[in-house]
Ligand binder design. Structure first.
Ligand code: 5AD
Length: 357
């Protein structure tokens, strides 16, 4: 098993059986070695700096109805909000003062006529803080809308594919959503020249090792700049409320596998991981993650952006708790890197649009 880890580290690739073996191995020396090698590769790439991204949850309104998600359209118990333009600007301002140089605007899928509103926000954020990066995480839109947002100043886009297996995708999403459309969105984002992030929920209902291997192979082909993975966590008001929470160990095992596949990718130690395990954030970093995304949203709306039960939104998970984050990192020899942390161009051979990143 350790030999597989060495092969993955040195060649950044395994065949399907190799990935399946790493995913199915019991926890033990080999999985410890996998995480340790991944952490070393991350240190070789980035030193001991952890990039921070300020997350602004702009809306919990959503036109979609994903079966796992607490803000799905048919959950009538959600108190819906959309921040005002000023509230978003103020959240970014607060983040800028704290030292953030990336703002992530994340939200449910707004009605299509709100594209213009986002475009204006992106333009105004870029005009106010031209040196900062803007990441959008707003779901599925048309090529034209993505283009307008890019031209307004957006730099990066996060859109998890959730699962590459069509039957599994259909288990997690309503019939009117198509996996093909999601993958086309990711292609469009790449082609346009965004730095692109994708990823999955680990332990989502019905997920098998074979599905995970498919996900790994898809990500291997897409070569995203960012890879976001968190455990599935049930939300009480969804059809998947009674499904068990995903495993923290399997989540960090996947961080380690992706780190060895992509030494320079931006891999966050996610809020979902930190929400299910008190040591989650550090476990992620010890498995090769190098990004943390504290919450910059106004405190009054944080509870309402509830994708799953028990979501951490205070202390080191909140932008005001940035000192706590620093205090968590210091004992393991890490510090916050306040830089933009753009993805290096490791997609050179994949698309001419990636050459100027
Ligand atoms: N558990 C964990 N992650 C979730 N997400 C949505 N609902 C849940 C849940 N119940 C994740 C999805 C989505 C991201 C914004 O949040 O992967 O892409």
């Amino acid at each position: 098993m350790k030999q597989l880890v060495d092969i993955l580290r040195d060649s950044h690739h395994l065949n399907a059986n190799g990935y399946a073996a790493l995913l199915s191995a019991p926890e033990g020396d080999a999985t410890a070695y996998l995480r340790q090698q991944a952490q070393q590769v991350a240190v070789d790439s980035f030193g001991h700096g952890i990039f921070v991204r300020g997350l602004v949850e702009v809306t919990n309104v959503c036109r979609n109805d994903c079966l796992y998600c607490g803000i799905r359209r048919s959950n009538t118990h959600v108190e819906r909000y959309t921040l005002t333009h000023d509230q978003v600007m103020q959240s970014c301002e607060a983040g800028y003062r704290l030292g953030f140089s990336t703002f992530v605007l994340q939200g449910g899928e707004l009605p299509r006529d709100k594209a213009q509103w986002i475009e204006q926000l992106v333009a105004d954020i870029k005009a106010s803080w031209p040196e900062c990066a803007i990441t959008l995480s707003l779901g599925e839109w048309s090529y034209e809308v993505y283009k307008r947002w890019l031209e307004a100043g957006a730099d990066r886009y996060l859109l998890r594919h959730e699962t590459h297996n069509p039957a599994h995708y259909a288990m997690l999403h309503p019939a009117n959503m198509s996996q093909q459309n999601r993958l086309q969105c990711l292609e469009a984002l790449k082609e346009l020249g965004y730095q692109v992030g994708t990823g999955i929920m680990v332990g989502s209902p019905g997920q098998t090792v074979d599905h995970l291997v498919e996900d790994i192979q898809y990500i291997e082909r897409l070569k995203p700049h960012m890879i976001g993975l968190g455990p599935f966590v049930p939300h009480h008001d969804t059809p998947l409320a009674h499904h068990p929470t995903g495993s923290a160990d399997l989540t960090t095992r996947l961080y380690a596998i992706f780190r060895l596949m992509f030494p320079k990718a931006l891999i966050p130690s996610t809020t979902a991981l930190n929400s299910i395990h008190p040591e989650g954030r550090l476990m992620g970093i010890r498995a090769g993650a190098n990004v943390v995304m504290p919450n910059l949203s106004p405190a009054a709306v944080r509870d309402r952006y509830s994708l799953y039960d028990g979501k951490a939104s205070t202390h080191a998970e909140a932008a005001e708790g940035i000192n706590q984050l620093e205090q968590q990192l210091a004992p393991i020899g890490y510090h916050i890197d306040w830089g933009r942390g753009d993805a290096p161009n490791f997609c050179k051979n994949n698309s001419h649009n990636m050459n100027n990143l």
